[in-house]
Design a protein around this ligand. Structure first.
Ligand SMILES: CC(C)[C@H](C(=O)O)[C@@H](O)C(=O)O
Ligand code: SF4
Length: 476
């Protein structure tokens, strides 16, 4: 019988299989950051073990780094210790590291793909839940805990129970102004934050095939937000042309051989999935969250729901609590919600295409009074590319802040945080209580919605903005 993409990649990495036991998998790429690695390295030191494959291991600093004054020592002592520890560990164990100021420093899930380290058919792990991002290349990629980080550092293998398979098929064509972020938020609202538990998901169908690599990464990034073990997209011409000129992509005859192998990974016609979900792209609209988990989302055109709208008792209670935390009243049109801070960045939407999309909206416009906007490139290289294209000038002219690379306001582990009660429109992936700072309130949005929201000061899509050529003169 035929096999799915994930089954093929999995089978190709089994080092040891025994019935009733987890498989022992070979790991092709291990990404490391400062938050989840210190104890793993301590463990190696205690056992007197080296890193088994330093050449398949790469580190970067992202969560704890500031995005301003990056040439200065890190002010916060805890963050400074985290980052210094990673640097020392990398040196001691012979691991390549990209530190602040290096173009390849940045969010770990942005730099793997940009370096061409992430490739189809691989197994990719990192002590970070959004490792699922790398599945966009047709790799099995998932987050692991710190004890597993130690295991992979020591052995380049990992014990894993084989997950079930799921297909999410998105038929049709996404409407104009509707992006990958809207698609994945709409999906999570439908299937629920636990809907993917126990599955490796393959995203497929016409709408997925039409997406760029970066948009595919946005979708796979959020696989973990609905509980999936991993999310994957079969490699195709879009994947190959993205990879071809990347520093670590295979060259010459190796490239030809690699592409041939990668093409063989697509799910066979006669393969079956344990579960299938189908979405119609035409039905998807700009989507925003109103609550405190990524599944509490609705189209931007709708109003804040009432707990009574939910049949299930758990959902009712969750909605009640979320509305209270978010300071929202049922029935308020989403478009009327005022936003204090707009955050454009993160491993979900901090790549060059995201910055281009937002800059396209902001060009010739201004960030609303009473609203601030932070633009945080996902990596040093994204920042340089944006500057080469003049996007930084557009952001600055609009009144937005142009920052250095890192996780930034995606989570409160660095100076970029919301104040208590402050409300954001954020292109990141989590809207949990306190995620962007204690008491902060997060609405997850796409880069297009983020930019339009910055202009109006209330949640908005580009279609809501005054066309530029009929802009009201300043003196009126
Ligand atoms: C700090 C890290 C372990 C965490 C994760 O695993 O995802 C972070 O990246 C996040 O997005 O919440
Ligand atoms: S950008 Fe956000 S989601 Fe991504 S790794 Fe950093 S903290 Fe996690």
């Amino acid at each position: 019988m035929g096999r799915t993409l994930s089954e093929k990649v999995w089978d190709a990495h089994v080092v040891r299989h025994a019935d009733g036991e987890p498989d022992l998998l070979y790991i092709d790429l291990h990404l490391v950051h400062e938050v989840t690695s210190p104890q793993a390295f301590d463990g190696l030191r205690l056992a007197g073990r080296p890193v088994r494959r330093p050449d398949l291991t790469i580190a970067t600093e992202d969560h704890n780094v500031p995005t301003l004054d990056v040439d200065q020592p890190i002010a916060d002592p805890v963050s400074r210790t985290q980052v210094d520890t990673l640097r020392k560990n990398a040196e001691e164990f012979g691991i390549r590291i990209h530190t602040l100021g290096d173009p390849d420093q940045g969010v770990v899930h942005v730099i793997g793909p940009q370096l061409g380290l992430t490739q189809p058919g691989m197994t990719v792990v990192c002590g970070d839940s959004h490792t699922s991002t790398h599945g966009a290349f047709g790799a099995i990629a998932f987050g692991i805990g710190t004890s597993e980080v130690e295991h992979v550092l020591a052995t380049q293998t990992l014990m894993q129970a084989r997950p079930k398979t799921m297909a999410v098929t998105v038929d049709g064509v996404l409407p104009d102004g509707v992006s990958a972020k809207d698609l994945v938020l709409a999906l999570i609202a439908q299937v629920g934050t636990g809907g993917g538990q126990g599955y490796i998901v393959e995203y497929r169908g016409e709408a997925i095939r039409a997406l760029s690599m970066e948009a595919r990464m946005t979708i796979c990034n959020m696989s973990i937000e609905w509980g999936a073990k991993a999310g994957m997209i079969a490699p195709d011409e879009t994947t190959f042309s993205y990879l071809q000129d990347k520093p670590h992509a295979p060259q010459g005859v190796d490239w030809e051989a690699a592409v041939e192998y990668w093409k063989s990974l697509a799910t066979d016609e006669d393969a079956t999935f344990d579960r299938e979900v189908v979405l119609r792209a035409e039905d998807i609209a700009p989507f925003v969250t109103w609550g405190t988990n990524p599944g509490q989302g609705i189209p931007l055109s709708e109003a804040v729901p009432s707990p009574d709208d939910f049949d299930n008792e758990n959902d009712k209670v969750a909605a009640e609590r979320a509305l209270e935390y978010m300071g929202l009243t049922a029935g308020t049109p989403m478009r009327e919600i005022h936003v204090d801070t707009v955050f454009l960045g993160s491993c979900t939407n901090g790549r060059i295409e995201d910055l281009r999309a937002a800059a396209g909206v902001l060009a010739g416009r201004k960030v609303a009074e009473g609203t601030r906007m932070l633009v945080v490139p996902g990596s040093g290289r994204v920042r340089l590319q944006a500057e080469a294209e003049g996007l930084d000038q557009i952001f600055k002219a609009a009144g937005a802040e142009w920052r250095g690379a890192g996780c930034s306001m995606c989570l409160g582990m660095n100076p970029d945080q919301l104040a208590p009660g402050e409300r954001s429109a954020s292109t990141s992936n989590r809207n949990f209580e306190g995620r962007q700072g204690k008491g902060g309130r997060t609405h997850l949005v796409s880069p297009l919605v983020a930019a339009a929201t910055a202009v109006t000061g209330t949640l908005a899509a580009p279609a809501d903005l005054q066309p530029l050529d009929v802009a009201v003169p300043e003196n009126v």
